[in-house]
Design a protein around this ligand. Structure first.
Ligand SMILES: CC(=O)N[C@@H](C)C(=O)N[C@@H](C)C(=O)O
Length: 596
């Protein structure tokens, strides 16, 4: 009777990002961080009522939310326009405007670590006086005094757990994403959590289950991360629970029931388990989403979860029995059902050296298919493309583009050795995995040789630039979203607390000069002959504006076709709805222009 047009770009971008949440100890209030009114703010629901109301108005991205155990205040972290210089603010218990609590110069960082059980002391990390390695401090809220408790040394050192009696402190020291040691400080004594800190491994998610026992996640002498324990009385390390071919990713303690809830990373999706410490029984739980972003277990043993799937945007769910989940938020794509969107196929292909690479293939529905494919190398690079909702993907799929996203070597979710393969090799192995993926798309008639686009962000932007420079013949046009363009300038421009990990992650510009030249996209300027769109946030602290400025300038001076979209009030991502819509509409316009 009434005919409605195809969904517009705007419709896909009217989903909201929920980046974090926290539940009060009495479970009467849930606060979440979302761009519901266009910018990131804190919203609350007075449970069981799920109607959200504005709780704290600050228009900035949030780094943490913590309720005072006695509900006298809430503390939260915010940065400024995506600069990632997070500072700590206090909000009245009934909500309002965040007021600065632990803040300093706009260039300094203040990361929350722990709030004491009585809500009177905040433990935090700061770049103040120690920008590379960070210091740990405690703020006494009763008299506003502030105390230094640890000076970071050797490499960035993060206070990750504090015992209930505030007598033992677990620190994590990062030498790389794949090399993070853990140690516990008790008075003047320090003990390593694993038997040999000189062996490359990671330690994360430390949890005190009492003042003498620390559980944590590690991949010490293992391909997949598992749960281990350190006993402060005997000073003994012991492995506790391995799950075959899955890496434990997070660990939450349910004191009342003496169980752990753990999530595991299993390729392109996550799993949730319940582990009973007494009986050692492990149960896999059914979850409403494929990718779990955060779990909170309350004193009563209820589980709250933030997650998403390929066709389900970020939402918060709750369960009281680990079986049935209630969806507390109703974040959805305007006017579309899950069936209107595309679930990816999980495929694998053989790369140049015989290595099997997993990938996500999102096929445009036949009624929408425009015959073109977008090749998407993910960011990180030590991250992966997973079954999570991206409004950009679903919008482009609806416009008829098929999308292919390979988890090239260096991606997470496939074991510790696989992640390390990108270290000191940003431009060879992973690039050849991308080239093999492209040939596989052609051989399997998924993609027409004349109809391939290349789009990537961050490391994916770097890979897009590099593939463009070295293999331009494959692509019709290229979109680079804040990608490093020159490894020599990139290595020196990252935040101070990343610098100590750059050697293992990327390399040393003097020692590895030849490789830096070989793997820098700017080396292949002559090959970048296809139309390009470059997108950059002016406040990006990870891949600074100069990385995009310089490639755009150089391409322009060579007379190449390049468009540049610079967002003044964004960092390493697009947090403001207006900017997000602007970016993705511009990308769509660019792709459509170059389809012919
Ligand atoms: C140190 C590190 O691994 N940082 C990544 C999370 C990161 O931000 N990488 C950038 C370059 C990206 O690809 O997103």
């Amino acid at each position: 009777m009434i005919n409605f047009p195809k969904p517009t770009v705007e419709q896909f971008f009217r989903t909201y990002m929920i980046t974090n949440f926290s539940v009060s100890s009495d479970e009467k209030r849930l606060i979440f961080s979302a761009n519901l009114n266009g910018k990131m703010n804190l919203w609350a629901m007075n449970l069981p009522d799920t109607y959200p109301y504005l709780f704290a108005h600050h228009d900035e991205s949030n780094s943490f939310i913590k309720f005072d155990p006695e509900n006298r205040y809430v503390i939260a972290g915010f940065d400024k326009d995506g600069d990632e210089n997070h500072q700590i603010f206090a909000i009245p218990s009934e909500g309002g405007l965040p007021q600065p609590l632990i803040t300093g110069e706009s260039t300094e960082k203040y990361f929350f670590s722990h709030l004491s059980d009585d809500g009177k002391r905040i433990y935090y990390m700061t770049s103040e006086e120690n920008p590379s390695f960070l210091n740990a401090r405690v703020r006494h809220l009763e008299d506003n005094s502030d105390e230094l408790i640890n000076v970071g040394e050797v490499s960035p050192t993060n206070l990750a757990a504090v015992s209930d009696n505030e007598g033992a402190f677990v620190f994590l020291r990062s030498f790389a994403n794949t090399y993070v040691t853990g140690f516990v400080k008790v008075g003047d004594e320090t003990y390593h959590l694993t038997p040999d800190p000189d062996k490359v491994h990671v330690v994360f998610e430390p949890v005190f289950i009492d003042d003498k026992t620390i559980y944590f996640v590690t991949d010490f002498e293992s391909e997949y991360s598992y749960i281990a324990k350190f006993d402060l009385e005997t000073k003994e390390f012991s492995p506790v629970l391995h799950i075959e071919n899955e890496s434990v990713d997070s660990l939450k303690w349910d004191k009342k029931n003496n169980v752990f809830y753990l999530t595991t990373e299993n390729g392109v999706q996550d799993d949730l388990y319940r582990y009973d410490l007494q009986s050692t029984k492990l149960d896999k739980l059914i979850t409403p989403v494929d990718v779990i972003e955060k779990i909170q277990v309350t004193k009563s043993g209820h589980i709250y979860m933030l997650g998403r799937s390929a066709t389900v945007p970020h939402n918060v769910f709750q369960t009281t029995n680990g079986k049935e989940w209630t969806q507390l938020t109703n974040n959805r794509v305007l006017g579309l059902s899950q069936a209107d969107m595309v679930e990816p196929d999980v495929v694998s292909y053989t790369s140049f050296d015989g290595m099997e690479i997993e990938a996500l293939l999102f096929k445009a529905k036949p009624e929408n298919d425009n015959g073109h494919t977008i090749f998407w190398p993910h960011g990180g690079p030590q991250a992966s493309e997973r079954k999570f909702f991206r409004s950009m993907f679903q919008c482009f799929l609806n416009r008829g583009y098929t999308i292919f996203a390979p988890n090239f070597r260096g991606s997470t979710g496939y074991g510790s050795s696989f992640v390390k393969l990108v270290e000191q090799d940003w431009g060879e192995g992973p690039r050849l995995d991308c080239v093999a993926a492209i040939e596989w798309l052609f051989e399997n008639n998924i993609t027409d040789r004349e109809k391939l686009f290349l789009v990537g962000g961050s490391y994916g932007g770097y890979m897009s630039l590099l593939l463009h420079g070295r293999h331009a013949e494959y692509f019709k046009a290229v979109v680079d979203i804040f990608g490093p363009s020159d490894l020599f300038t990139f290595v020196n421009s990252v935040p101070a607390h990343w610098k100590p990990i750059m050697d293992r992650w990327l390399g040393d510009p003097e020692r590895d000069k030849e490789r830096f030249i070989k793997d820098s996209p700017v080396t292949y300027l002559d090959g970048m002959v296809k139309p390009m769109l470059v997108i950059q946030g002016a406040k990006d602290p990870r891949v600074v504006k100069e990385e995009s400025d310089q490639i755009v300038e150089k391409l322009k001076s060579e007379g190449r076709e390049v468009e540049y979209l610079l967002l003044e009030d964004e960092g390493h991502g697009f947090s403001k709805k207006e900017n997000e819509i602007n970016v993705y509409s511009r990308m769509l316009e660019f792709l459509e222009k170059h389809q012919g």
